[in-house]
Ligand binder design. Structure first.
Ligand SMILES: [Zn+2]
Length: 469
């Protein structure tokens, strides 16, 4: 009787299901993927057996699957078969011509030339490449720079006798004026309940770099050195009356530094604002804190697509809404960068957080893998930060995600994402899980799990604020 019932049920399930597996990725048949490996992501009735060519595919109980495959140069044919139906996908891997070696050599000029920055927010970099974590400073418009050479699409900037940096050729224009050192007219200090304000009055704009000072704290029985941010270092270049024309200034953390910004006002007054650490009320450490939640993607920007066809943008928004409610119950004042399914630029997201005068910025995302990482076995939660001041917050949130949700530890990483390059508050970007990993995906689209994930992020924040005060 029992056997008969099982057979009947199986027949029903099989009979009701679609005939062949749904393939989510690659998005289309007949695509070109120039990688030695890629993957198939999709879903199939978990009671069926699925094969890609002769390889058996593991189907998660949710129906989701992720199957890495090798690609040979040329056309690769994949037969995706569930016993009753077969789909055929063709993926072409092109022979990548070795790029002709661009003969980029560093050129040094006989005489330095003066250029000025063309616009605001121009990145000054440690290396002549657009990428990675090589940003030293974002400069305002009209800052004069001494250019002594070039490499590819970058100019080499001489800041002081032994200090160099790189700037994109597209961000500066040449001027005829020679650079003469700036003079410091005065220096003032102000404070309000919210911030400390340092103002350096110069007679003209000069380049500068503001960086976080790090020292190393010994942890865990002398085995591990953990970097801590204990202040800010400002160097203004090309200032008269200082060794090497370098004016150096250190701002102590005083245990209270928390977010900062620097800018020129009234043409040539360089201002550094350092936000005080918010008042923490035990046992409600988030009471009164201003928090910005940033649900990633939106509108026609879907983000990653999950095994069952769910879109990352919807999962991000749903978790963000739950997080908002929990943070508000904990007494925080929450702003969100989007409340519905609309596309919002990265700049706008940062602007919303700045207008909110946020104490913390949290971006919510879910992950996918590039083709070449098909066999990397990466899954679980990762938290990204850019400025060292945000690393501790990233650690506490990841601890909560791996501890409370049992997510695989996919690490805390430093990455130059635009939304977390805002210095006005600690800022992190959470990749809660992988939309394309069947195990992660089944959790991410589950309403109960989303609640627990929001709880874990809340606890990570609470632990952080309880610890750092
Ligand atoms: Zn995303």
């Amino acid at each position: 009787m029992k056997i008969k019932l099982t057979i009947l049920l199986l027949t029903l399930v099989l009979g009701l299901s679609a005939n062949s597996a749904e393939i989510i990725y690659p998005k289309y048949d007949n695509v070109t993927i120039n990688s030695p490996v890629t993957f198939f992501v999709g879903n199939e009735n978990p009671n069926k057996e699925l094969f890609i060519n002769s390889e058996k595919v593991n189907i998660h109980s949710s129906g989701g699957f992720f199957q890495p495959v090798d690609l040979n140069i040329g056309e690769n044919i994949f037969n995706i078969s569930n016993g009753t139906d077969t789909k055929t996908y063709k993926i072409t891997r092109k022979v990548i011509q070795n790029h002709p070696v661009v003969n980029t050599t560093q050129i040094s000029y006989e005489q330095p030339n003066t250029y000025i920055t063309k616009e605001n927010n121009v990145p000054l970099r440690a290396t002549p490449y657009d990428g990675g974590i090589n940003r030293l400073q974002h400069l305002e418009k009209d800052i004069p720079l001494s250019i002594i050479g070039e490499f590819g699409s970058f100019y080499k900037v001489q800041l002081a006798r032994d200090d160099y940096a790189w700037i994109s050729k597209s961000h500066v224009i040449k001027t005829k004026e020679n650079i003469t050192p700036a003079e410091i007219a005065s220096y003032t200090y102000d404070e309000t309940p919210e911030k400390r304000i340092y103002t350096l009055k110069l007679n003209k704009k000069a380049p500068y770099i503001l960086s976080e000072t790090r020292s190393f704290l010994q942890k865990d029985n002398f085995t591990k050195l953990e970097p801590i941010v204990n202040g800010l270092d400002l160097v203004v270049y090309n200032v008269n009356g200082f060794p090497e024309d370098k004016f150096e200034f250190h701002i102590n953390r005083t245990g209270k530094a928390f977010g900062y910004k620097t800018y020129y006002k009234n043409e040539s007054e360089l201002v550094i604002e350092v936000k005080n650490f918010p008042q923490i009320n035990n046992p409600k450490p988030l009471e009164g804190l201003k928090i910005t939640i940033d649900p990633g993607h939106g509108g026609n920007e879907f983000g990653a697509i999950g095994c069952l066809g769910d879109k990352e943008k919807d999962v991000n928004l749903s978790i963000s809404q739950k997080l908002k409610e929990k943070l508000e119950n904990a007494g925080a004042k929450v702003a969100t960068t989007r409340i519905d399914d609309t596309a919002i630029s990265l700049t706008k997201r940062v602007e919303i957080s700045q207008n909110n005068k946020a104490d913390v910025f949290i971006s919510i995302h879910n992950n996918a893998l590039p083709d070449f990482a098909a066999k990397s076995n990466r899954s679980g939660s990762s938290v990204y930060y850019f400025y060292p001041q945000s690393k501790e917050l990233a650690n506490r949130i990841l601890d909560a995600l791996t501890g409370e949700l049992c997510m695989n530890n996919d690490k805390v990483r430093q990455e130059s994402f635009a939304v977390i390059r805002n210095t006005e508050s600690p800022a992190v970007l959470i990749e809660l899980g992988y939309m394309i990993n069947p195990e992660d995906n089944a959790k991410l689209i589950d309403c109960d799990f989303q609640e627990k994930a929001a709880d874990a992020i809340l606890h990570g924040l609470e632990n952080y604020f309880n610890e750092v005060q």
